[in-house]
Write a protein that binds this ligand. Structure first.
Ligand SMILES: [Zn+2]
Length: 243
């Protein structure tokens, strides 16, 4: 049996009664099946989107329930400065609120406004105690993890404090399901305005410094894939595909 046919059967088994398909999978296939490929997935998804929109109008930025995915032009544009006078206003506050909500919902430790569909220079980060508990102590130390309260920076600027770099595997909610090793400076200082339009400066090292560098890149239309060691790029569930 050729590999393509096996793949087809295994994929089909998700949507049909298992016993029959297991039987079918154990028999040689005489005719290669047309594989349910990307284009079919897209067709199914488009139909589901169509049904969803019959019930509910399409959502608009700032998105409250998802993160824009690579390919979306908003992730490749330079985000615009925010007028400081507009920070307390309802529009900017709605963007910040959406960022925090999505970040917590997806259990990610940083997010930028372009990722919720808004090309403005705003980033947020937070490393809650509960997430730290999931990381073994040795890994915490190696990566320089530390619990961090919620921080929001509007129009942030970064200054490198320690020009040495560390290479660690990182991911991005906008490139869902993948990760790669990316070099980042060990220590940086970020300054800007907070969510109340007050000037703030913060010095970060270790993992928090990595998070802020990653989020700052988003504001310039850069993604970690532009900086990664490409041979370390992985599908985070690659092992399950062989099960
Ligand atoms: Zn990201």
């Amino acid at each position: 049996m050729n590999r393509t046919a096996v793949t087809c059967v295994l994929r089909l088994s998700k949507s049909a009664p298992p016993p029959r398909l297991l039987l079918a999978a154990s028999r040689p296939l005489r005719v290669p099946l047309p594989c349910p490929t990307y284009s079919n997935d897209v067709r199914v998804r488009s139909y589901l989107q169509y049904l969803k929109r019959k019930v509910r109008p399409p959502s608009r930025p700032p998105y409250h329930d998802h993160v824009c995915q690579v390919g979306d032009p908003v992730l490749r544009a330079r985000a615009a400065d925010v007028d400081p006078a507009a920070i307390p206003g309802s529009e900017v506050q709605a963007v910040i609120g959406a960022m925090v909500r999505v970040m917590r919902r997806l259990r990610c430790v940083g997010l930028s406004a372009p990722q919720v569909g808004v090309p403005l220079r705003i980033v947020a980060l937070e490393y809650p105690k509960g997430m730290m508990a999931d990381v073994p102590p040795a890994a915490r130390e190696a990566r320089g993890l530390s619990v961090q309260p919620l921080r929001v920076f509007v129009n942030p600027r970064v200054r490198v404090l320690d020009g040495r770099t560390a290479l660690f595997q990182e991911g991005c909610e906008s490139i869902s399901g993948f990760s790669a090793a990316v070099p980042r400076y060990l220590s940086v200082e970020v300054s800007g305005l907070n969510e109340k339009a007050e000037p703030v400066t913060w010095q970060a090292s270790g993992w928090p410094a990595r998070i802020i560098q990653h989020e700052m890149d988003h504001l310039d239309g850069l993604l970690y894939i532009d900086r990664m060691d490409s041979k370390t790029f992985i599908n985070v569930t690659w092992e399950t595909h062989n099960e």
